[in-house]
Design a protein around this ligand. Structure first.
Ligand SMILES: [Zn+2]
Length: 343
């Protein structure tokens, strides 16, 4: 296990921090109908359009890389890439025809990219300040251009077809500033900025994902603690962004609870308020396993999505492997029809 993982595993003492403000009851609404904007998926049920001889079929059964980033820091390590490395990754993916979509879009088959492009999913785990850091200048908050979100937004400004689609798997109350992107002065970040950061991400189009309260190794705990960890993670997100519908859960350390079903759905009753918080996710992220199957592949399992850990030259190797004939998902010039999808 990495230094980071070990540090987070020992973070029990911080468990109570960060979730004092109990938000709406909306956390319990995780089983609501599809989010607005889910319409493109309905194309599957429509009459198939006539195809011209020159239609590009693409490869809708190809693989989709779900990339996993942790720290954007000042030295390369297993869980860290330097800012320049992250900038290079964005350019490399762009130049090789990839465009970002969120986890929610992947599982909903909302791959609304131009023909010939390939989807890539970015996930950022553990909510460190390195992912989203503010710099205060003359009373104004600016996004640190060397934090992940600063680098991303700069790239987006220069490449408008690189949209703000990435999934942030956040912790509200882990140690060393892994608490909604920093608290208590760590890396200059103020506790009061934490909710503002989550709200900003949602407003820009990014997805939030539950990663538990403080990164507990869920394999070590009782069913009750597993549900408390996940529900309190969801509750904290709801406190920051009231009513936000959480679709995705990321397993800390990639470790499943003994009762695996509890990673998908469960409930916890707050002993202070007597209120019960329920959760039910549509996607579960593992830590490794390589590029994911297409959501049109009959073996696609949204409740067990593999990822690609990005460090060193892992991304370059992954993209080379995806370029073997027939491996990579490529958007075709016609919508994927129901008949196609059942192949
Ligand atoms: Zn993590």
């Amino acid at each position: 296990m990495s230094k980071l993982s070990i540090a987070l595993s020992f973070a029990l003492c911080t468990a109570a921090a960060g979730v004092h403000a109990l938000g709406h009851a909306a956390v319990a609404r995780t089983a609501t109908p599809p989010a607005p904007g889910a319409a493109p998926g309905t194309a599957r049920a429509a009459t198939p359009p006539a195809r011209s001889d020159r239609a590009d079929p693409g490869n809708h059964l190809g693989r989709v890389p779900i990339l996993e980033y942790h720290v954007i820091g000042d030295h390369e390590a297993h869980w860290t890439v330097e800012p320049e490395h992250f900038r290079r990754d964005l350019q490399l993916l762009y130049d090789r025809g990839y465009r970002p979509i969120s986890v929610a879009q992947l599982i909903d088959r909302r791959i609304d990219l131009p023909a010939g492009r390939s989807p890539v999913v970015f996930t950022f785990d553990d909510a460190s300040p390195s992912q989203f850091r503010y710099i205060e200048r003359n009373g104004q908050l600016e996004i640190d251009p060397n934090s992940a979100i600063g680098i991303w937004l700069d790239f987006h400004a220069k490449h408008p077809d690189w949209q703000n689609r990435a999934t942030f798997c956040v912790l509200p109350a882990a140690s060393a500033g892994h608490a909604f992107f920093g608290n208590g002065g760590i890396e200059g970040q103020k506790t009061a900025w934490r909710y503002k950061k989550l709200q900003y991400l949602v407003a820009q189009g990014f997805e939030l994902c539950d990663h538990t309260l403080w990164h507990a190794n869920l394999g070590k705990y009782s069913d009750a603690v597993v549900q408390e960890q996940i529900a309190r993670g969801a509750l904290a997100i709801d406190s920051a962004v009231p009513g936000y519908r959480i679709r995705t859960f990321a397993l800390p350390l990639g470790i499943w609870p003994k009762n695996r079903a509890l990673a998908h759905a469960g409930a916890w009753t707050d002993p202070r308020s007597g209120r019960t918080i329920r959760y039910r996710f549509d996607a579960i992220l593992e830590v490794s396993g390589g590029p994911a199957r297409s959501p049109y592949d009959p073996a696609f399992d949204p409740l067990r999505l593999p990822r690609v850990e990005v460090y060193g030259t892992a991304l370059e190797h992954t993209l080379d492997a995806l370029d073997r004939p027939g491996v990579r998902y490529v958007v075709g010039s016609e919508p994927v029809t129901r008949a196609d999808a059942s192949h």
